[in-house]
Design a protein around this ligand. Structure first.
Ligand code: GDP
Ligand code: MG
Length: 239
């Protein structure tokens, strides 16, 4: 199966080149047929040198492509890049490569040969190993996932982890079913709707190395957006 690895980025000039080369090296090693995969840098609204660095990477490495999205938002960046994709499998990981890359091989196998429709990483499974996460992030993450469980009745253990893969043929039904947000909540919506639609989902306990110093997330602002979006999803299901 062919696959596209999307990396959403916003103002990542400091690490973009290094991290994409690490990922590229990993994929080239494990998937020597270069026609099988692409790395898609989905940039929306970077105001630093990100775009030029991405373009230079694309010139140097034929498997690296750039998608420009005019508006801000991780959800929008993912939707845009996945809708343009021709690959059998689409998905994303964070540029900081917080989820250990070896898990990509498990995700690929789950979709390619184990009959799953969607694979997602979890940091809240007892088999997961989380390194360097701040207490604040750890608590927020647990509280939010608990709210998700109680309010939306979902069973997955971690809705917000930046490491998710799915068969592209499933995407439009997921979007029609409510995976619509332009922001961070899109990642959680995907899992929620997938569960409601009865997709075969593979939960992957992962090794996660947090780099809090590089985080772009404003927890307090996000919390309010999440609660609103949860309400919309719930109403949608009821109606
Ligand atoms: N396209 C896009 N990417 C973003 C945006 N905000 C953050 N990102 C990217 O999303 C990924 C995860 O961000 P990060 O700050 O590591 O999140 P955290 O680990 O949850 O604190 C990184 O690759 C960021 O560059 C955005 O508004 N648009
Ligand atoms: Mg991060």
């Amino acid at each position: 199966m062919t696959f596209d690895v999307t990396i959403p980025v916003l103002n990542e000039e400091a690490t973009l080149d290094r991290q994409v080369r690490i990922l590229h090296g990993f994929l080239a090693e494990h998937f020597p047929d270069r026609r099988q995969w692409r790395i898609v840098i989905a940039d929306n609204g970077s105001t630093d040198n990100t775009r030029h660095i991405a373009a230079a990477l694309g010139d140097d490495l034929p498997e690296v492509h750039l998608v420009r999205v005019p508006e801000k938002g991780v959800g929008l960046a993912l939707k845009t890049s996945w809708q343009q994709s021709q690959a059998d499998i689409v998905g994303y990981m964070d540029l900081d490569l917080a989820t250990d890359l070896t898990h990509f091989l498990q995700a690929y196998n789950a979709l390619n040969s184990e009959g799953f429709d969607l694979v997602y990483a979890t940091r809240l499974h007892r088999k997961s190993r989380v390194i360097g996460r701040t207490v604040k992030r750890e608590i927020t993450s647990r509280v939010f996932n608990l709210i998700l469980k109680m309010y939306l009745g979902v069973r997955f253990s971690d809705g917000m982890c930046g490491f998710k893969w799915l068969k592209r043929e499933r995407l439009s039904a997921l979007m029609d079913g409510g995976a619509v947000s332009n922001g961070w909540f899109f990642s959680t919506e995907l899992l929620t709707v997938a569960e409601w639609q009865g997709l075969r989902m593979c939960e992957l306990p992962v090794i996660w190395r947090d780099d809090t110093s590089s985080s772009r997330v404003n927890i307090t602002r996000l919390a309010m957006q999440y609660l609103k979006a949860m309400q919309v999803l719930k109403k949608r299901r009821a109606g």
